[in-house]
Design a binder for this molecule. Structure first.
Ligand SMILES: N[C@@H](CCC(=O)N[C@@H](CS)C(=O)NCC(=O)O)C(=O)O
Length: 305
């Protein structure tokens, strides 16, 4: 089987979710460090323009968005599961809370509190990208953002209130990963994180358990090597197009797939897979050869190109 290649950068909180899944499943993986800002000339041929971090590559298959990446890792490596005890729906749904309500104020604080230390080009790049952040108000908004972040920390404390070691019970799950990654971001970027987390003892004990999971077995890879791996591989067989899908599309249709929140860059290609959970399109960029780019359905708009 082809190697797992994660295109990411170390400070990325969303990438930390997937690094943790590698840790839970004790997987070997290759790490491609991508530049902090666009352009990312070795990544764009693979994704077709999708620019969020992280992206998982397996041969000539490119998986975008942590919501899909976790499902793909679970499909390929079911044991140990990240969806224990029938918790898949709940664990995945919790992402709709953590990726927005919890992450957004944390990201606002990480930017606003460190604005003088963040390289100018990163600020300029993110201004056009994070449409949920009002960069003019980040500093004056700090107290408000703290209230939002703290209220979410209090929710995590309550998720653990009966003494359970993890959010869904005994075993660690994708629900923990979702609840954990904004806390991880706070530790790395909010100077007063220790004081902020002090009133939440169950959260702090759980945070230590999560931090001890590690990242699996990581080895670095150059981005041009990842491109060469894509060129040499064939995409895995398509799953076909659901005839009952409300969009009424057929295999072979040219479509665009666009995130519906921020980073709204459409990726165009030929439809090969359309299920309730996933859309995949075939593309043939000269640098990468025949690739299939996969997206989750949740959070993505599909249109005829
Ligand atoms: N819905 C996406 C969100 C990913 C995301 O927003 N990632 C941030 C990094 S943590 C990003 O792309 N930041 C801009 C960049 O690194 O270019 C997912 O779950 O993967």
């Amino acid at each position: 089987m082809s190697e797992l290649i994660l295109h990411h950068h170390d400070p990325s909180p969303f990438a930390e979710k997937i690094r943790l899944v590698f840790g839970i499943k004790r997987l070997p993986w290759r790490s491609v460090q991508i530049p902090m800002v666009m352009p990312r000339p070795d990544l764009m041929p693979l994704t077709g323009g999708y620019r969020k971090v992280p992206v998982l590559q397996v041969g000539a298959d490119i998986y975008c968005d942590t919501r899909l990446i976790v499902r793909e890792l679970e499909r390929r490596f079911p044991e140990p599961t990240v969806f224990p005890a029938g918790g898949e729906g709940l664990a995945l749904a919790l992402g709709s809370w953590s990726d927005r309500s919890f992450f957004d104020p944390g990201a606002g604080l990480a930017m606003g509190l460190n604005v003088s230390m963040i390289p100018r080009e990163v600020i300029e790049d993110r201004k056009g990208f994070f449409n949920f952040m009002d960069f003019e108000r980040l500093e004056t908004d700090t107290p408000h953002l703290f209230t939002q972040f703290r209220a979410n920390l209090a929710l995590v404390e309550r998720m653990l209130a009966d003494g359970r070691p993890h959010v869904l019970g005994e075993a660690v799950s994708w629900a923990d990963v979702n609840a954990f990654f904004p806390v991880w971001m706070a530790r790395g970027n909010i100077g007063s994180a220790a004081a902020l987390l002090e009133p939440f003892p169950r959260l702090r004990a759980w945070e230590q358990r999560m931090a001890a999971i590690g990242q699996g077995e990581r080895t670095e890879l150059y981005s041009h090597e990842a491109l060469a791996i894509a060129r040499a591989a064939n995409p895995s067989p398509a799953e076909g197009v659901d005839p009952a899908d409300p969009l009424g599309l057929a295999a072979g249709d040219r479509i665009s797939v666009t995130p519906d929140d921020y980073g709204r860059i459409p990726v165009e290609g030929e439809l090969v897979t359309l299920t309730v959970d996933e859309v995949a399109i075939r593309r043939e960029p000269p640098e990468a050869g025949d690739v299939v780019v996969h997206f989750p359905r949740l959070g993505y708009r599909i249109e005829r190109a």
